[in-house]
Design a protein around this ligand. Structure first.
Ligand code: PLP
Length: 394
């Protein structure tokens, strides 16, 4: 079978502006005029191809970015949101009704975990959690009213790998939808090509790569995306988490360099992971042969983009990790900051920051050490120089 190449799929698109500008023009309107009143009625019904009604529903800039994301993911459609959490929550609320059930990975982004564990109670939607490498636990948790299996391709922050084809099979048998957050591994893995029904992103991270905005995306079938923006029942249309078109336009330009950035993030992360290992620091990186998900990721990944830009090191205690991070920032390794996918290296202590919503007993149960430092490795040209700075801080 020929491998899927998301970068080439993206490059097949020809997206240019109405005056021939190589970058599509930016939508600067909330509403759209019609020359015939009938066409407005048809647009309301979704029956007027190429017409726009109101920018919360669709607008040309968001459509360009959505089309590009759908091409990259190999899905029929996509819709872009004002944050990653908006993408995740509106996709979930579109699928689930009161009384439904979700089985979710326990090692997701802290905000996702909090939404599943606490917020969904409002709607009497029950959530059971499973460790994403334990498919038996997933199968056991399925109920007749299970509507969603939710996971992250590469989990945050423990970098466990989800077996997407197997989870897709389990979801299909259960009549549920498999939703995969692919924020850590764009280009590297194409979850929809492996059987996921819906792929969600925080574009705040690698996809945009500039840390100048928050944004998200939902990729899936045209039927599902249309259901999200249905005028009467669409979660995205009615809760209104639309992305600003000015931002769509800037993210679109950044998307076209994503493949080059992912290769460099991966190359640098692989180098640092080896060095940490040689130095005797406990390191988690899916590119290391000793990582339990190494082979699985190898089977699922698209060629040439590497094993990703995220690594985690275990400095055992919170105090040691704080001391290391403060020194590393001072030395110029990067920034002590949450988030990821930036051109500079970012690092944070997961347990006390991005996963602080996860209760300590669950952190312990899932193996999240209090001294875990998550690194989003930057695009450094001389990573050996960076390593020498890091070494002095250890
Ligand atoms: N998914 C993952 C894996 C994340 O790391 C994050 C944010 O850190 C989100 C979703 C939420 O995205 P946003 O901050 O854009 O709402």
């Amino acid at each position: 079978m020929k491998h899927f190449d998301p970068a080439t799929e993206l490059n097949k698109l020809q997206q240019f502006g109405e005056f021939g500008g190589v970058n599509p023009s930016i939508t600067d309107s909330a509403t759209y005029t019609f020359l015939q009143a009938d066409t407005m009625v048809d647009t309301f019904k979704g029956e007027a191809e190429g017409c726009f009604l109101y920018s919360r529903h669709w607008n040309p800039s968001n459509k360009y970015l959505s089309d590009a994301l759908a091409a990259m993911e190999g899905t029929e459609s996509a819709w872009v949101t004002a944050s990653g959490m908006a993408a995740i929550t509106s996709a979930i609320l579109q699928v689930c009704n009161t009384g439904d059930h979700i089985v979710s990975s326990v090692t997701t982004y802290g905000g996702t975990f909090a939404f599943m564990k606490y917020y969904l109670r409002k709607f009497k939607i029950d959530v059971d959690f499973f460790i994403p490498t334990d498919l038996d636990a997933l199968k056991k948790a399925i109920r007749p009213n299970t509507k969603i299996i939710y996971t992250e391709t590469v989990s945050n922050p423990l970098l466990q790998i989800s077996d997407i084809p197997e989870m897709a099979k389990i979801a299909k048998e259960a009549g549920a939808k498999l939703i995969v957050d692919n924020t850590f591994s764009p280009m590297i893995v194409s979850p929809a090509k492996l059987g996921a029904d819906i792929v969600v992103y925080s574009m705040t991270k690698f996809i945009n790569g500039k840390n100048d905005c928050v944004a998200g995306a939902v990729c899936g079938s045209t039927e599902f995306i249309n259901s999200m923006i249905d005028l009467n029942t669409g979660t995205a249309m009615l809760l209104g988490p639309v992305l600003d078109p000015m931002r769509s336009s800037s993210i679109l330009k950044n998307l076209y360099t994503l493949h080059i950035r992912m290769k460099q993030h991966s190359k640098n992360a692989a180098f640092l992971a080896e060095k940490f290992n040689e130095h005797g620091v406990k390191v988690i990186y899916p590119g290391l042969k000793t990582h339990p998900g190494h082979e699985l990721l190898g089977k699922m990944m698209n060629p040439d983009f590497g094993y990703g830009g995220m690594i985690a090191i275990d400095l055992e205690t919170r105090e040691k990790s704080y001391d290391f991070m403060e020194k590393a920032e001072k030395a110029g390794v990067g920034y002590l900051a949450v988030s990821l996918g930036y051109f500079r290296t970012l690092f944070s202590n997961s347990g006390s920051s991005t996963s602080s919503e996860v209760p300590e007993d669950i952190q312990k149960e899932t193996g999240m050490s209090p001294g875990l430092v998550r690194f989003s490795v930057g695009l450094d040209n001389d990573i050996e120089y960076t390593w020498n700075l890091i070494k002095k801080c250890l």
